[in-house]
Design a protein around this ligand. Structure first.
Ligand SMILES: [Zn+2]
Length: 237
């Protein structure tokens, strides 16, 4: 009977251990979500920065081109002063008009790109703010998790220690049986037989066997599911 008491204690410890270990395994998942969010916003930020840089280069190139158009225009205007014929004069005017049109188109393009620069700058700012916010939450979460991990490790360690201390007093054969049943994904290896049936699988147990279980001269198991049986009519469930 002493063995059964110890086995029941071991079982409580094992159930608690499994719960704590499960909790410990699931902890990093919360962090993973935030980490991938942080990564995604980092990617967005880099893309926006690259877009901004490209736009600025394009604007600079266009501005250089506008200057070249100005130079051409001035050159043509100088030439206007020296031409001799009306035909040359009107040809130059056509040239000047053409350059002017191209320059205006380019200036409109520059304005559109400047608007795009403003939008990209706003997006970069927003990404940075979002990244900072997520970083703050990550930091907070990491601190929270490491606290929880420490606590869980403490609980697990305490139970493991108690477990091995208790297990040392149980005969090796019984311990092996207990471990085999617990290892088969059954939540409880040691069950009450007080109703004349196995507390695990509810299979009927003959009266004589129930009597033997009550005496507890040895460890009895359920013929149907193999769980270890004990008898306690003071348990409420
Ligand atoms: Zn059973």
């Amino acid at each position: 009977m002493v063995e059964i008491k110890v086995l029941l204690e071991l079982q409580d410890l094992d159930i608690g251990l499994e719960r704590f270990r499960q909790e410990r395994r699931e902890l990093p998942a919360e962090l993973n979500e935030l980490e991938s969010e942080f990564e995604a916003i980092g990617g967005q930020l880099e893309a926006k920065k690259a877009e901004l840089k490209a736009l600025k280069v394009e604007i600079r190139d266009s501005e250089n081109q506008v200057n070249q158009f100005d130079e051409s225009q001035n050159k043509y205007k100088q030439q206007l002063l020296t031409v001799k014929t009306n035909r040359e004069y009107s040809a130059l005017l056509t040239e000047i008009e053409g350059v002017k049109r191209e320059k205006e188109e380019l200036e409109e393009l520059i304005i559109r790109k400047m608007t795009a620069v403003e939008a990209a700058e706003a997006a970069v700012k927003e990404c940075k703010a979002r990244a900072r916010e997520i970083e703050g939450r990550l930091k907070e979460k990491r601190g929270e998790l490491s606290g929880k991990l420490k606590e869980l490790d403490g609980q697990i360690g305490m139970r493991e220690k108690k477990h091995s201390k208790l297990a040392a007093d149980v005969p090796a054969g019984v311990m092996k049986l207990y471990r085999r049943i617990m290892g088969s994904k059954i939540s409880r290896a040691v069950v009450n037989a007080r109703n004349g049936s196995c507390g695990g699988c509810f299979a009927h147990i003959p009266l004589q066997k129930v009597a033997d279980i009550r005496i507890g001269a040895q460890v009895y198991t359920c013929d149907h599911c193999g769980r270890i049986l004990y008898y306690d009519d003071s348990e409420s469930n």
